[in-house]
Ligand binder design. Structure first.
Ligand SMILES: Cc1ncc(COP(=O)(O)O)c(C=O)c1O
Length: 449
């Protein structure tokens, strides 16, 4: 991948970024359109992106980074994959939206359903947030119950019902919960810790006949990568069945990533409803809910559950999504992705062992987490202590200085794409080595004796 700069970049060189950050802060709250992008989580100044290609992103001053943010998940094949670019260009030339159903929706739905054997219908929306909102509403209508059981530290977007003790950017707020959510909106939400199936069983024993749905990220990845024990999903399935609740897998991150059929395929556990986002739009705004006809056909116009969207099923987004999902279902592309993930893990692991503090690279396919705590990585979303966060922040800053971009918060995971080949893995490993050398004498990162 060449390091040539586009016109935009050369114009913007020489300290232009600080000016843009300042301008952004004057007109966008916190200078951003989504909070984690502020880099507050690591105490750094944010950067503005100028362009991306394959595994790399360039900032406004022309610096190139190995990108492991990858837009927080959609870019399973790297930036500007030629098939996605071409599909978008072709689609937009035919008009950007119609307010009518178009072929792309049908084709994308058919393709998705081929990977989701438990599902018969798909409704397209514009984001993961909307997909989860719709799934919850459907589950409540299908069961004629109201209670939602969910897990602390999982993130399900920013609709009211799920903004209590959540993951991702919510970690920056007191009690990981949002202001502005009337208590009534979450009165029917029950929260249990991850890695505690007894707590789930207790809630079900108490009020199972009120529970509409168990909602879970099947591979929790919004409070770090919290890999659950093997019995987690099978037991949730049994517990949901035991009380007649629906099981909703929020696969906005894991869908199409951990297997073509997501975690449902990977772990062999079928949910009742699945929510998708990110990869399903190939970098354009698409979310989806899928499930059996008996539940999905409760949606208007067939049924009484209302959900709609001016831009839902947008033809340009569908074209990007179709190209992205075709790639995600292509065995050769998946083999390349697996090789890239394994290659990065193999390149980083020996370097992590030389770190001057405890540093564990935890990989699950093409997702990873650099755990900076002493001891084994956690399974629950307990807030990491100040030392763990300080180590991550210092490491993040050094890696950035050496040309590798990790998501700017200790509790966000990193992503690998099928463009993160062996050379990119070596580049990351070399940057990590230099970063750890820079931190070798920092006494504030050592464990207390
Ligand atoms: C598991 C999960 N669900 C839902 C969402 C919300 O998706 P969106 O940001 O597209 O609204 C996210 C976003 O990161 C997510 O990780």
């Amino acid at each position: 991948m060449s390091g040539t700069t586009s016109g935009v970049l050369s114009e913007a060189r020489n300290g232009a970024m600080a000016g843009w950050v300042e301008r952004a802060r004057r007109v966008l709250p916190g200078g951003v359109s989504s909070p984690v992008r502020s880099f507050r989580g690591v105490g750094e100044e944010p950067l503005l992106a100028a362009r991306g290609a394959g595994p790399y992103v360039w900032d406004l001053e022309g610096r190139r980074y190995v990108d492991c943010i990858l837009s927080f998940g959609p870019l399973l094949f790297g930036h500007a994959h030629p098939r996605i670019v071409e599909a978008v260009q072709r689609a937009v030339a035919d008009g950007s939206c119609y307010g009518l159903t178009s072929r792309g929706e049908v084709e994308l739905a058919e393709l998705l359903l081929s990977a989701l054997p438990f599902a018969e219908r798909v409704r397209f929306v514009n984001s993961g947030t909307e997909a989860v909102m719709t799934a919850i509403r459907l589950a409540r209508a299908a069961t004629k119950r109201n209670v939602l059981l969910r897990f602390e530290g999982c993130y399900h977007g920013h609709s009211d019902a799920v903004l209590v003790r959540g993951g991702s950017g919510l970690h920056a707020l007191p009690d990981a919960s949002s202001a502005g959510v009337p208590p009534g909106r979450v009165a029917d939400t029950r929260l249990v810790p991850l890695d505690d199936l007894d707590a789930v069983a207790d809630v079900i024993a108490r009020e199972g006949d009120q529970i509409a749905a168990l909602l879970v990220e099947p591979v929790p990845a919004n409070s770090g990568l919290l890999l659950q024990r093997p019995d987690f999903l099978p037991t949730l399935r049994k517990l949901a069945d035991s009380c007649g609740a629906l099981l909703i897998f929020d696969e906005v991150i894991s869908g199409l990533r951990v297997a073509p059929g997501g975690a449902a395929e990977r772990f062999g556990v079928a949910p009742d409803l699945v929510t998708l986002g990110k990869i399903v739009g190939g970098g354009l705004p698409v979310g989806a809910v899928a499930g059996p006809a008996r539940v999905m056909d409760l949606l208007a116009p067939l049924g009484p559950v209302y959900q709609a969207g001016t831009l839902s099923g947008n033809p340009v987004a569908m074209a990007a999504g179709l190209a992205s999902v075709q790639l995600a279902l292509d065995p050769l592309e998946r083999a390349q992705l697996d090789a890239c993930s394994a290659g990065l893990e193999a390149a980083l692991a020996p370097v992590c062992r030389t770190a001057p503090f405890s540093l564990t690279p935890l990989f699950f396919g093409s997702m990873f987490w650099l755990w900076t705590g002493d001891g084994a990585p956690p399974r629950r979303a307990d807030r990491a202590d100040a030392l763990v966060r300080r180590r991550f922040a210092r490491l993040h800053e050094r890696l950035r200085a050496h040309g590798v971009l990790l998501a700017p918060a200790q509790d966000e995971v990193g992503f690998v794409s099928s463009a993160h080949d062996r050379a990119v893995a070596q580049e990351f490993a070399a940057a990590l080595k230099r970063s750890l050398a820079d931190l070798a004498d920092d006494a504030t990162l050592r464990s207390p004796d």
